[in-house]
Design a protein around this ligand. Structure first.
Ligand SMILES: [Zn+2]
Length: 465
């Protein structure tokens, strides 16, 4: 049955509005928006007096990596790098069972909801058992991710990873990578099952060729063709995500093998367009920045993970100057906090440029509003376009701000978004978090928080012993 929400103060796609009546269908999509409305006598819906903003989209997640957050912060021998972190990650990977994955992902998605994320793109590569054997249900681990989304209530776009090689030039996978690997035929079978699961769970899916070092041209082409066959469309509803240029070593290896830089090679060999998401397009030269921005592909910027791993700076000022589309991801989940990802994206650039309010719509405009609006819209584009703004035919995914919170009191309009992002205190700026028109989090508590937390504590104890 359709439900209604009466919002006193809400950030719609066109800007702030007052006294707005939202009608939401059974699947959680907004079907009508009536501005300057009044509450009728027979109104049976929910009245929300506090200010409402669209939920944030987290377009890059590796759920299981959260279980090792904080474990890779001790120095090893000599200089430490992404590649030493990856070694610890591989050790951890070998232990995770399907039950563990479901419990970790459920707890992670609960944390995301509490932190303002209402959708997640799961770049999922842990497919097989600890020996590298396929489970009898080939999509066992994928199904656990769908279950985690159901348990937590978050919107999911599953991006099953296609991984074949350990390095450029089709180097055989290492023993540590055996849980990730598929042939083309096996990957097609996996996609067939996931396509059905996505329908059953009313979620979305796409593909994720892991990186140019892990698959070749024919693999990427094969995966895209199979996705198109399954979905009958080559649009943003069937997204294609890839890790592209996170580390300088990757750029140098790509130059050595293909004689070209990763982003440029990809754009020369495939038609980049709005269905693509380039994750960690960290190392781009000027011409690559222009090409990606012009293509309307989304870039996924994972500020806190990229900082934690020492990746480098994304060329945000140039990318913005060419009207590039972008979103944010929490990736390894060293931080699960939408405002922190955006604040540090801005702060990096303030520190580099010795200036303030770097990313805005121009003179006298709001920094926080620009960051929130563009990250939510770009993130949504990269996950199938179901959310990212409060508008007709989008999911009713939103955050209710606590206007009386110590950080937000007295603010109005875009000042609220600025203060939500930049005024960081130990406080509770969110009253509630809603997905598909359902309230999932209230006063920082998820509806199933106790059980989800208890299960997670048990699994993490087991994994660390
Ligand atoms: Zn990643």
């Amino acid at each position: 049955m359709a439900k209604q929400i009466f919002a006193k103060h809400i950030l719609l796609a066109e800007g702030w509005a007052e006294n707005v009546l939202l009608t939401i269908d059974d699947l959680g999509y907004i079907t009508a928006i009536e501005e300057k409305s009044t509450i009728r006598n027979d109104f049976k819906g929910e009245l929300i007096a506090n200010s409402i903003i669209p939920g944030m989209v987290n377009n890059h997640s590796h759920a299981f990596q959260w279980a090792m957050a904080g474990l890779a912060e001790q120095s090893g021998k000599g200089s430490d790098s992404f590649w030493s972190w990856r070694k610890i990650m591989y050790d951890f990977v070998s232990k995770i069972t399907p039950d563990d994955l479901e419990i970790i992902a459920t707890a992670l998605y609960m944390q995301m909801l509490k932190a303002g994320y209402t959708s997640v793109g799961e770049f999922h590569y842990l497919h097989h058992d600890a020996n590298g054997e396929h489970f009898s249900n080939q999509a066992e681990m994928s199904q656990r991710i769908f279950e985690a989304a159901k348990n937590s209530g978050i919107n999911l776009t599953l991006l099953p990873v296609f991984y074949r090689y350990s390095g450029f030039g089709e180097q055989p996978p290492s023993d540590e990578q055996k849980r990730f690997i598929h042939t083309q035929g096996e990957y097609a079978q996996l996609l067939d099952v996931i396509s059905k699961l996505a329908g059953d769970y009313q979620q979305n899916f796409g593909i994720a060729p892991h990186s140019l070092r892990a698959v070749n041209y024919s693999d990427i082409e094969f995966a895209i063709n199979h996705l198109d066959k399954l979905t009958g469309q080559s649009s943003i509803q069937a997204p294609v995500h890839i890790h592209i240029a996170e580390q300088l070593k990757e750029v140098n290896d790509c130059l050595a093998h293909y004689g070209d830089r990763p982003v440029n090679w990809l754009s020369e060999n495939f038609e980049l367009n709005s269905r693509w998401c380039l994750v960690h397009a960290t190392h781009m030269n000027d011409s690559e920045v222009k090409k990606v921005a012009k293509s309307k592909a989304v870039t996924s910027i994972c500020t806190t993970t990229e900082a934690n791993l020492g990746d480098g700076f994304f060329a945000m000022p140039d990318y913005k100057a060419h009207s590039g589309v972008w979103g944010i991801g929490s990736d390894s989940h060293i931080s699960v906090n939408a405002t922190e990802e955006l604040r540090w994206l801005e702060y990096q650039n303030r520190l580099i440029s010795n200036s303030r309010t770097v990313f805005t719509d121009g003179d006298n405009s709001s920094n926080g509003y620009w960051l929130w609006r563009n990250a939510a819209r770009g993130g949504s584009q990269s996950l199938g376009g179901r959310s990212g703004e409060i508008a007709i035919n989008k999911k009713a995914d939103f955050l209710v701000l606590n206007n009386k919170d110590i950080t937000l009191a007295g603010k109005t309009g875009n000042q609220l978004v600025d203060a939500y992002i930049f005024n960081q205190q130990l406080s509770e700026p969110l009253v509630s978090v809603w997905v598909s028109g359902n309230k999932l989090v209230e006063k920082s508590q998820h509806a199933n928080q106790d059980l989800i937390t208890k299960n997670y504590q048990r699994v993490i104890q087991k994994l660390l012993n």
